[in-house]
Design a protein around this ligand. Structure first.
Ligand code: PEP
Length: 269
């Protein structure tokens, strides 16, 4: 997977019913321009994925699952598998902090999901990030390290470049434990460097250069450019604002402009 496009992913979480989702995509489709340097991915609830897959123009929007179960089929009441999502979505979130902390998903679950996504030709977006208390205890680097090792175990060097890593400090997510305090770009830059270093250590420098790394947590239209300008960042994972068509489109527009800015320029917030 190439890093030549900036990736903007909208995580709708548990919002919008089928009718609302369809209307919202209709509204977004009128606003969001196709740009060769930006890839826009929508992550609605599982219920709406099938109908939206028939509604969206794939040149304009790709789809992502917010969650799935790692086995391909069987007696797992209430679950949806990556093999059932195959052909419907191009991406899937794995290890989002709400899955880790609200639904107690372990690194073992997350690792199995990464592999299930790859096995089914779905690009996993592996989310990593520290909580407020881990940050206060100075454990950020250890947490990121453990979550990467945990999520990527058994992923081969051929497979790793298909994965997207999203750094989402839990304390900065708008639903997180820090009431959505913004992370400083300088702090994000350090963690992104650590992520790429860890990938280099595990898979070598080609993989470390090629893997896509996103930032996410309380990103808004007015600070998106500053995060996009951080060295090593290839896009954004947007939660709350992805439900506001105008705000989300402003972020997509910044991704287009931002991709023509020098990647090494770090902006301030
Ligand atoms: C998220 O939960 O993935 C996220 C980025 O949320 P928000 O933008 O609302 O903080």
């Amino acid at each position: 997977m190439a890093r030549d496009k900036t990736l903007i992913v909208g995580n709708w979480k548990m919002n919008l019913n089928m009718h609302e989702a369809s209307l919202y995509v209709h509204q977004l489709a009128k606003l969001v321009k196709n740009r060769r340097d930006v890839e826009v991915v929508l992550a609605p609830t599982a219920l709406t994925l099938q109908s939206l897959s028939l509604q969206v123009n794939y040149r304009q929007f790709k789809l992502a699952a917010q969650n799935f179960y790692w086995r391909d089929q069987g007696a797992y009441t209430g679950e949806i598998s990556a093999s059932q999502l195959r052909g419907v979505v191009q991406y899937a979130l794995v290890g989002h902090s709400e899955r880790r902390h609200v639904f107690h998903e372990s690194d073992k679950d997350i690792r199995a999901k990464v592999q299930a996504a790859i096995r089914n030709q779905i690009c996993p977006i592996l989310c990593v990030g520290e909580t407020a208390s881990e940050r206060a205890d100075g454990e950020t680097l250890d947490v990121i390290h453990d979550q990467l090792i945990g999520g990527l175990a058994n992923v081969t060097s051929e497979e790793v470049e298909q994965i997207v890593i999203a750094y989402e400090p839990v304390w900065a997510i708008s639903s997180g434990d820090g009431n959505g305090h913004n992370a400083l770009p300088s702090d994000v830059k350090k963690v992104v460097a650590i992520i790429r270093n860890q990938i280099k250590h595990l898979y070598g420098s080609v993989a470390a250069n090629n893997i896509r790394v996103l930032y996410g947590a309380s990103v808004r239209a007015d600070d998106a450019a500053a995060y996009l300008a951080i060295e090593g960042i290839d896009g954004l994972l947007v939660g709350g604002v992805s439900l506001d068509a105008y705000g989300f489109n402003e972020i997509v527009k910044k991704a287009h402009k931002g991709s023509s800015l020098a990647k090494n320029t770090e902006g301030g917030i």
